[in-house]
Structure formats: C-alpha cells, structure tokens
Design a protein around this ligand. Structure first.
Ligand code: S3P
Length: 459
C-alpha cells in the first residue's frame, strides 16, 4: 500500500500517516513516545462560548477548542448578537448583556449534539422563535429528551425532522422553574434544563439517574450564579436577563481528556511506550477511563496543577505501556467515560481475556451507533466481539490483522480509535472518510505522526 502524499513527516522518521483523498492510511508502529498538549476541552469550550455570550463585557478563552463543533457554536452566538474574535485557540466573546437577539437565520450546529441541546435550553427562555439544524448525523439524534422538560417549563419545541429529531423550532416563552427527573443520564439534557432554568422564574431542579459531567454547574458557580449540587440533584436559581458580570475575564480551557484518551490508550497498549500529556482536564466526572486503564494494568502517574481557584481541575498525566488484561466497565462508571468507550473496545482487543462493556445503551445515539460501528471496526482488524443491546464483549489477545479498512460512519471517535488500533496491526490499515475528525480534534493526525515511533527506534 502506498500513500500518494505525506501529511506530516517527522524528520528522520518513517512516516506513519499517509493521506489518500478523504482517507488516511496508518502504518503500524510499535510504540508511542513524547510529550503533548492536547487541544482544549470541547464540552467546556461550548459552555464558555454560550454563557459568556449572554453576560456583560468581554471574556477571553485561552486554549479554546477551535474545532468544527465549537466553531458552529461561536457562529451561532454571533448570529444571536454576541461579538466573537478568534485568533487560533484564543477566543474573545463580548456578551449581549442579558438577552440574545433574534438571529434572522437558521442556526446550523453542524455535528454537535452539545451545541444544539444546550443552546436550545437558552433559546427556550427568549421571546422569539429560533430554528436549529445540523448535519445528517445530528438530524438523526433524539431531541424529545430536551423537548419534554423545556415544554414543561413553558416553551414549545417543534421537532420538524423525522421521528422526533432536528431540525428544531424553539418557540421561546417566559419560563417557570421545574423539578425534573431525567430518565437519561445525559449531561446534555441536564445542562439544557439548567440553562433554561437560568432564564426561568424561580428555581429549577434536575435529578439525574447517574451522575454525569458537571462542567455547566462548575461554570455557573464560577460566574457567581446560585447553582447547587447535592448527590444526584442539581439546581439553579433563575436570574432572567440579569446574569452577573463575571469577575473572571480570562478563562484557561483545560486540554480535553477525551482527546487525551487516544494517547493514553495508545501508550497503555503498546509496550515500551512513554507519554506525558500536559494541562489535561482532570474533572473527576470525566476521568473514569484512567481507572479502567489502571485495572487493565497500565502504569499511570498524575501531577495535578496547583491552582487553588481553578474552576476545573487539570494537571499532567504520565503513562507507560505494558501487558493489559481484560476488564468490565458498567454502571455508574459509564457516564464518566462515555466518549472513551470506543478506546476501551480498542484496549480490549489488545488485552488478555475478555473486556465487557455494559449499561452503555447511550452509545447507540451518539454521532453514530457506536456499539455497531466499533464492532465493525474491530472486525476489520480480525478481532472477535459480541454485540449486546447495551454494550459489547471484546475477545482480546489475538492477532491484530492489518491490510483492511475501517469505516468511520462519519463519527470522529470511531475514526480516531481505529487509527490508534492500526498502530498495533501487522500491516497498514486504511481509515476511510476521516473528515469527521475535524469536528473535535483537527490536529489528531499530526499528533499521531509526532507520537508514533518504531519499536526499535531510540527505545
Ligand atoms: C457532553 C456530554 C456527553 C458526551 C458529549 C459531550 C457534554 O453526552 O457524550 O460528547 O458536553 O455535555 P451525553 O451527556 O448526552 O451523554
């Protein structure tokens, strides 16, 4: 197999990634080695952009994730009246000082469920109608989960796509606070309701079935808003169009743990690897993947950043690879590594014994059905897996067969996890249709090129 054009060439190093049109051909490499700063956190970047767009004054985000998903959110808040200035990963948003203005166009949220669901929450409290749309994947994802609570609060949501999907017409209205018991463990649903609650009359409470990432709650509190958490219950007091002017004007965005997970996984599964990831977000609701890696046998050291007032914990993570053993991932752990489950499946392929993923039916409604897509990806490497309604069983420890093709199904995490598994294969592997990677991690391929090394080189 030969690549027509090299994407990134490490000096004196054999090329790992070859560009062939919309595909990438990844050559096997025995190890990953080096220090890396992963791009900014996607969840936090979306939230900062939306919330600062409503406040008074300017806020600057250092390390903002300038990926397609977050750029769609920036464009949306700009259409809603906020000022946006972007220089790479430094973004300044000047807020509207209380309320958005009617956008006068359909807001295209691209591939982003977070962008669409969270913004719908804020728009529900405005006195105009907004139409939100997205790409084919986003238009196939369930939106009734936000329609139900937002309608209880007083807004009306028309789901004009098929089977309760986007495009969504959000008919905003004066909202009242509600007590909402969410049937799904979803930070997007929780955040949508909390953001609507911010604009509502009175207090809004959300009880989730399992705890999910709490970036919205942390950011609201850092902004001086009365947002309380008590076990599975979170509540916020409505402030209408009177959001306090945040005392913080420069917000450092931690590196995205979910981006870091590709390199943590690669290092863990390739013996002789050594990787140090700097300034990674270490919010405990995001890092369950570290516990899984440890259970599987990886050697990990964490160096928390000593920043007393940081609203989001961060630090460096060092990892060394070795032999892995299979594990089981289920229950309360699932929401705290939901985006890392494709990498758990990849690790399962390299580990001795079985790796079982349960209670993860939410994977079926991500950018694609990630249970089916991951099993097909593993099958392309000759790895045996069994499908379960809420997860999968991966039979690891066998040959990782190269020479095949991984289909991305337009899902960034399927493409990237396939590329990581390709490092361990016995021949090059084609990762097809990788445009989706730009939604969350535009620098993924160059970072892969940087970190991947031959097993024999400079060990
Ligand atoms: C996100 C929450 C998760 C996650 C997504 C980002 C967020 O979705 O999969 O990538 O920013 O709130 P759910 O909360 O719907 O599971």
């Amino acid at each position: 197999m030969s690549g027509a054009e090299a994407s990134i060439t490490g000096a004196g190093k054999a090329r790992t990634v070859w560009v062939e049109g919309d595909d990438r051909v990844v050559h096997p490499r025995g190890r990953v080695k080096g220090t890396l700063q992963v791009p900014g956190d996607k969840s936090i970047s979306h939230r900062l952009a939306m919330l600062m767009a409503l406040t008074e004054g300017a806020a600057t985000f250092e390390g903002f994730l300038a990926s397609e998903d977050c750029i769609h959110t920036l464009r949306a808040v700009e259409a809603l009246g906020a000022g946006v200035v972007r220089h790479g990963a430094q973004v300044t948003v000047t807020g509207t000082g209380g309320w958005f203005r009617a956008p006068g166009c359909v807001l295209d949220m691209g591939n982003s469920g977070t962008g669409m669901r969270l913004l719908a929450g804020l728009l529900a409290g405005h006195s105009f109608t907004t139409e939100l749309t997205g790409d084919a994947s986003l238009r196939s994802r369930p939106m009734k989960r936000i329609q139900a609570p937002l309608e209880q609060m007083g807004a009306r949501l028309e789901l004009t796509g098929e089977r309760g999907c986007a495009p969504i017409r959000v008919h905003g209205a004066p909202l009242r606070g509600i007590d909402y018991r969410s049937p799904v463990a979803s930070a997007q649903v929780k955040s949508c309701v909390l953001l609507a609650g911010l604009l509502a009359e009175g207090r809004t409470r959300v009880v989730e079935p399992k705890s999910t990432r709490d970036h919205t709650e942390r950011l609201l509190r850092a902004m001086g808003i009365d947002c309380r958490s008590d076990g599975l219950e979170v509540s916020v007091e409505g402030v209408g169009g009177r959001l306090p002017r945040p005392r913080i004007t420069t917000w450092p965005v931690p590196g995205d743990f979910s981006a870091a997970a590709f390199w943590l996984g690669a290092a863990a599964m390739l013996p002789g690897s050594q990787v140090l990831l700097t300034n990674v977000g270490l919010n405990p609701r995001r890092t369950a993947f570290l516990d899984v890696l440890k259970r599987m046998g990886a050697k990990i050291e964490i160096f928390p950043t000593d920043a007393k007032n940081a609203w989001e914990p961060m630090g460096a993570v060092a990892i060394e690879g070795g032999e892995l053993r299979g594990t089981e991932v289920a229950g309360d752990e699932i929401p705290n590594l939901i985006d890392e489950l494709p990498m758990v499946a990849v690790l399962g392929a390299l580990a001795q014994g079985r790796t079982v993923i349960r209670d993860a039916d939410e994977l079926r409604v991500k950018e694609t059905d990630r249970i089916t897509a991951m099993l097909k990806s593993l099958a392309a490497f000759g790895v045996r897996g069994e499908e379960r309604p809420d997860g999968m069983v991966v039979h690891g420890g066998g040959r990782i067969r190269g020479g095949g093709e991984v289909v991305s199904y337009g899902d960034h995490r399927i493409a990237m996890s396939g590329a990581v598994l390709a490092l361990a294969a016995d021949a090059p592997v084609r990762i097809c249709d990788v445009g989706c990677v730009a939604t969350s991690y535009p620098a993924f391929w160059s970072d892969l090129e940087r970190l991947a090394v031959e097993r024999s080189a400079g060990a």
